[in-house]
Ligand binder design. Structure first.
Ligand code: LLP
Length: 443
């Protein structure tokens, strides 16, 4: 995080709290989230999209995509900064509601929402539900009729734009599971408009995640505006939701376009296409997730072992094993994601060594940082900080190899507090139907 600085002795502080204090109080591995930084990114995104839309005389609503990192505390922070919240399962919905979020400011996504999930959302009064398929359309229609409710809905479309990102993170090329094709969407909208209980409020599209340039966003926006224009014949359409996906820097090699520039590029593309078609510009909505929390998180690990491995080409790679790994951050294994690492508990003048930071799991792909120069004297007990782990790390964490999930600690102004408690081995054993007493769980 921007607030991570070293004191005179080389000790790293996050949010004004020395990492050694964090280790003492909370142990390692530890997810640390800088509250001020989350809030600052939320404000920055809101300002960027509002300013971009405002230049064209329309409004922008910004939803925080909770899938990136969700806890009641984070919901409160971003809501206080003026963001709405996007959830995509009943579980995420439950967290947002438990946080006291205004249901009217929730959006509900997902390609396979169940009947109970939809019922819960409608009964809670969520602001909008994004319909992803024909089956869901009829499912939701039946639910609102049964509950005698009225529900605002958007229709997710697949704009056919292939975002330049990892294949697993691209969501708008033809051969994938999300949304209606541009060809099928008009019939879905027509069907919604026939139904009393559903109110069509706009189209939705999302082309992928961790996208650096604006070309894909602009192209997609233009295509969706074309459809939006055609649908105006059937009635007013107040909003156009263009999703999230705004990339962040994980290492110094990454150079994402600033969110202000992306926001303006997208709003300009929408306005331009609306001008061509002679239609009013709709209000815009966006759903950044990673851009809000990604850089506000840092994971602290303790080094357990180091091992030089001599490579064929004469090089030596220093394997540095830490006390977590793919269970707290599967992104390198899943997407080939790159991170950086540094010793956080001291400064060192030792000659840098080519290192690979690996976890404690039984897989050779259990890599935290693939290649990094670390001081050659790195040793057991050193604290290692891996920055930019605020998004999709805790969210994607698992209990692989029965490793309990680390706690999440929020830091701000020199104080630290747990916002999600860590799991214990007892928590894990308690789910095993063959474990009889709670004593055994504490072994
Ligand atoms: N809106 C929709 C409909 C989405 O599907 C997503 C992300 C977002 C917004 C937020 O995207 P963001 O602004 O955070 O890029 N696990 C992957 C990322 C999966 C993204 C899924 N959908 C990763 O670790 O990179």
């Amino acid at each position: 995080p921007a607030s991570a600085v070293r004191d005179r002795h080389g000790l790293l502080e996050v949010g004004g709290v020395p990492v050694t204090e964090l280790r003492e109080r909370f142990g390692t591995p530890l997810y640390v989230l800088d509250e001020d930084e989350v809030r600052a990114h939320a404000r920055r995104a809101l300002d960027a999209f509002r300013a971009a839309a405002g230049l064209h005389g329309v409004q922008a609503r910004v939803y925080y995509a909770g899938k990136a990192f969700l806890s009641t505390e984070v919901v409160r922070w971003v809501a206080e900064e003026g963001l709405a919240i996007d959830v995509c399962t009943g579980g995420e919905l439950a967290v947002a509601l438990a946080a006291g979020a205004d249901p009217a400011r929730l959006g509900f996504h997902g390609n396979n929402k169940s009947v109970p999930e939809l019922e819960r959302a409608v009964s809670a009064g969520v602001g909008s539900i994004v319909i992803d398929s024909w089956i869901e359309l009829e499912r939701l229609a039946a639910i609102v009729e049964r509950l005698d409710a009225t529900q605002a809905v958007l229709v997710r479309v697949n704009s056919g734009v292939h975002a330049e990102t990892h294949d697993f993170l691209a969501t708008a090329h033809e051969d994938q599971k999300f949304g209606f094709t541009l060809e099928d969407a008009p019939a879905a909208v027509e069907r919604i408009r026939e139904l009393d209980g559903l109110v069509f409020v706009g189209l939705h599209c999302h082309i992928g995640s961790q996208i650096f340039g604006s070309a894909g966003f602009r192209e997609s926006a233009a295509r969706v505006v074309e459809l939006h224009a055609a649908l105006l014949e059937g009635g007013d359409i107040p909003v156009l939701n263009l999703g999230g996906g705004f990339g962040i820097a994980y290492t110094s090699a990454d150079d994402p376009t600033p969110i202000e520039v992306l926001a303006q590029g997208i709003a300009d593309a929408v306005a331009q296409e609306c001008a061509v078609r002679g239609i009013p510009i709709p209000n815009l909505a966006f759903e950044p997730g990673r851009a809000i929390v990604g850089q506000a998180g840092v994971t602290l690990y303790e080094v357990g072992t180091t091992k030089p491995v001599h490579l064929d080409d004469g090089l030596t790679r220093l394997y540095v094993s830490v006390d977590g790994g793919m269970s707290d951050n599967p992104r390198p294994a899943l997407y080939g994601a790159q991170y950086s690492a540094r010793i956080a508990s001291r400064e060192s003048d030792a000659e840098p060594a080519l290192a690979r930071v690996v976890g404690k799991h039984c897989e050779s792909g259990d890599i935290v940082v693939d290649a990094e120069y670390l001081p050659g004297d790195i040793a057991p007990g050193d604290l290692l900080a891996v920055p930019a782990t605020g998004a999709y790390c805790f969210a994607l964490s698992s209990n692989y190899n029965y490793v309990p999930r680390p706690p999440v600690v929020a830091v701000r102004g020199g104080t630290a507090r747990v916002i999600v408690r860590g799991e214990t081995i007892h928590d894990l054993l308690a789910r095993d139907a063959g474990v009889e007493t709670s004593e055994e769980g504490n072994a």
